[in-house]
Write a protein of this length. Sequence first.
Length: 568
Amino acid sequence: MYTEVKDAEGRITAIQTDEPARDILDNPLINKGTAFNAEERKALGLYGHLPTRVESMQSQVQRVYRQFQSKNCPIEKNIFLNTLHDSNTTLFYKFCSQHVDEVLPIVYTPTVGDAVEAYSTDFRRPSGVYLSYNNREYMDEVLSSFTTRQIDFIIVTDGEAVLGIGDWGVGGMDISIGKLMVYIICAGINPARVLPIQLDVGTNNPKLLDDPLYLGSQHKRVDGEEYDAYIEQFVKCVEKNFPNVYLHWEDFGRGHARSILEKYRPQLCTFNDDMQGTGIVATANVIAAIEATKTQFRDHRVVMFGAGTAGCGIMDQILDAFVDSGMSREEALERFYIIDRNGLIVDDMEDLPDFQKKFARNRGELADWEVSDTANITLTEVVANSGATILIGCSTVKGAFTNEILRQMGKNTRFPVIMPLSNPTANSEAEPKDVIEQTEGRAIMAAGSPFDPVEYQGKTYQISQGNNAFIFPGLGLGAIAVKATAVSDGMIRAASQTLSSFSPLHDSPDNPVLPPIHDAPKVSKAVAIAVGQQAVKEGLSSMKAEVDDVEKLVELAQWQPNYIPVRR
Ligand SMILES: NC(=O)C1=CN([C@@H]2O[C@H](COP(=O)(O)OP(=O)(O)OC[C@H]3O[C@@H](n4cnc5c(N)ncnc54)[C@H](O)[C@@H]3O)[C@@H](O)[C@H]2O)C=CC1
Ligand SMILES: CC(=O)C(=O)O
Ligand SMILES: [Mg+2]
């Protein structure tokens, strides 16, 4: 056991522990390895357990960097960094904070996708909380065992729709862990106060069902009423054991993501990253693009390819932005088109889910469109007939934005907004190089995963990473800083407007739409302050005292990856 010693304002100033020497070195949250100084080594009984030389943290970081660089491929780097995380968490985050550009693609998209797929074959040690449907009677017991420390954040997944790679069952644990790392790198969430959780309800992935090494429950996914009851049990246990927690849902399947959020949003401080986080980033980009190109919302037509959790989540928020600009909802909806597996969603299609229905186009309005099959109107046809100015992809379909489509976007408008957002890199709807070339360098673009800059006609184009990583860390930090009781639409709008205000497009339409990803920590702090202020304004802060300085609360809630004294 260890306890945090805090000053009057709640900053952690020291760690007090009664653990034996070996346990201290095995506890990643307090271990400093070779950086334990002489005084600590003496007090904690560490002599003999460490090589003689006392190192500075910076010297440790240099060694980590050498070792990191010596790894031959991204997945080896991922394994190396996760091993470091599990042995010395503070050093891991210090290293990450100094090498954000190099580290994010390794602990997050795209490499985390490979780690999820290889979860069972590459398994080394358990990490996070596994809640199995088959052992559901122990759920409360398991969660209550984590109440010895303060938990501010839970990220939970059931692994059904991980990034764009599909159902990876228990391997989804690595996406919960990877996202928490992004929270900590970008927003300075305290790593001792987070809990990654995987709800193991089985898998429908035939490869996993046949794999003798698969580590999850090897049966088809539990669904329907049993699934809903399991989620209800989970939420109740979370509320009971962690009453003030921020509950983040990640990569649930299309059939569950939205219904879970809608059900629990009124009662919990909760957030769905794929729907809401992605929506905030895409909307921020659209707002920045419209402002920078000095156009009006009413001049635009928005096409979404892939009308699932992220796609419709994005369209909901862009719709709100159109309405905020002064249009009626009906007028705004006339400018929206969503496309799924059966082509453009039209109101005479049967069995449309509610989240698609509201964007369905009236069949009569399409009478003069030139299409080859009215029962399946393709993306190419929608882009040509609608005069789309904004094209977004959340379909997982690599290369869906063909050169013909990209060229048509360039014909439709001077500055087309093109966002192939599917992850990981291999699922992107378009290669940035094609987007730039086919639109003669005029596109305002963002992709979901990181891409190298593109050279075109003597100019270098930086490719923005339109990923919810720009938002969820700051949104979460802002919410916990003021002890928010909910994540309201107002807080979401505040996040989107703040991110938009950071857009380099405001200086010139030739600039990237988003700042570089290494600015995510700066952006996250600003987002946190705006979100916290909005929560206070809406009466959603549960702080006992009146809140007058949200910036200070945000700073107090932030953890820094620095060693602090450890003593007996
Ligand atoms: N950049 C970012 O921050 C984010 C990106 N995403 C990405 O968006 C993609 C989708 O994720 P979710 O919405 O969670 O999945 P989802 O499964 O809910 O949605 C995907 C949708 O695409 C449709 N689709 C599949 N094949 C299609 C085809 N050939 N033509 C038209 N539609 C097709 C599916 O029917 C489904 O409605 C993933 O690649 C994911 O990585 C998701 C969240 C955040
Ligand atoms: C980024 C993310 O949340 C996704 O691709 O699912
Ligand atoms: Mg996701």
